[in-house]
Design a protein around this ligand. Structure first.
Ligand code: ZN
Length: 344
């Protein structure tokens, strides 16, 4: 059904280059060392300088590409504001470096800043133990649970520093950037308080990871909040975005290509989760853990990095259905949480 999405620019910017995707809005890309191998960043004309939206993951390659951008694509003007959509390393990674280099303030929501500060500070054993316990309760074997915990301790590699002070973005607030006004629309479910930016005058939405055109944003229960129901939050956010955004909005997503067709894409994402939920309910005809659910929800072979993401997603679908009253959780004598369909 992807043909109902329209991609105005077919080829993304080359490394170190920019594309003017709208007046005063430049699109650049940074590489990522994952299967998802890139992130889109945005430079907004901000009068005497530029607002950078998101930063790329820390590392020599990203810094070198930024240096080329500074030299070739800022017209000699500085970055005057670093705006970050959410705390994930590909978005906030180099925020500390950029903010320091240009003496520019960080603009971010409070929950995202707090998360980033906690995650960069917390490499302690009790956090790893919580992640191991989470994976064990989800039904992973001991060895895989240890690997899961290890993956959840890598945050600081991608985010060496987070600015110690910030200017708070909040839902509904208008941010004047250059000659444009952008309204903050907070999205939930993928991250705790993700800032999307909407410019009504230009019909543009900077979406972060809240809406992506080709992949479904990761909606995971995090080990430090093991009873969370992020899928309920995400679906509620999607419904709100569908109500508030005009159909012809040009969406600037953090991954893949800018697109039009936001209502259609939101419907696809909601349908995707409805399908996953239907499969989950069927599987729960007998007691089913999140680990049991992985081959049902993800029919391809998963590497260990992907398994960690997938496990959090499986738990998210189980918790959502439990919240909806369709299935019930039973903790076994082995400590594993299994879910069983309620009698009709
Ligand atoms: Zn993200």
């Amino acid at each position: 059904m992807a043909e109902l999405l329209h991609f105005p620019v077919a080829t993304p910017p080359a490394p170190g280059a920019v594309i003017a995707i709208a007046p005063g809005v430049r699109w650049l890309r940074m590489p990522l060392p994952f299967a998802l191998d890139h992130i889109n960043l945005w430079l907004l004309d901000d009068g005497p300088g530029w607002t950078a939206v998101d930063c790329g993951i820390a590392g020599r390659t990203t810094r070198e590409l930024w240096q080329r951008i500074f030299a070739d694509h800022l017209e000699g003007r500085p970055i005057v504001r670093v705006l970050v959509t959410h705390y994930h390393p590909d978005h906030i990674g180099l925020a500390g470096w950029l903010a320091e280099r240009f003496e520019a303030p960080l603009w971010i929501t409070e929950k995202e800043w707090l998360h980033a500060r906690v995650m960069t500070g917390d490499g302690t054993a009790d956090f790893a133990a919580a992640a191991r316990g989470f994976a064990r309760r989800a039904g992973l074997a001991a060895e895989d649970s240890a690997l899961f915990a290890e993956r959840h301790s890598g945050y600081r590699l991608g985010v060496p520093s987070v600015p110690p002070a910030f200017i708070r973005l909040a839902d509904g607030m208008n941010v004047e950037i250059g000659s444009r006004s952008w309204r903050v629309i907070v999205g939930e479910g993928h991250a705790p308080e993700l800032a999307c930016l909407y410019c009504a005058e230009s019909g543009l939405l900077i979406a972060g990871d809240q809406i992506l055109p080709r992949i479904s944003p990761n909606i995971s229960v995090p080990p430090h909040q093991p009873d969370a129901d992020p899928l309920a939050l995400y679906l509620r956010s999607l419904a709100r975005l569908r109500r508030e955004l005009p159909a012809d909005t040009l969406v600037l997503p953090s991954h893949n290509l800018p697109f039009r067709g936001v209502h259609h894409r939101i419907d696809e994402l909601a349908a995707h989760h409805a399908e996953r939920c239907a499969e989950t309910v069927i599987a729960c005809a007998r007691p089913t853990s999140a680990a049991d659910l992985l081959p049902v929800l993800f029919r391809r072979r998963l590497d260990r990095h992907q398994t960690a993401f997938a496990l959090g997603e499986a738990v998210a679908h189980l918790h959502y259905l439990a919240g909806e009253g369709e299935i019930a959780r039973v903790i076994g004598t082995d400590g594993i949480a299994r879910f069983l369909r309620k009698a009709a």
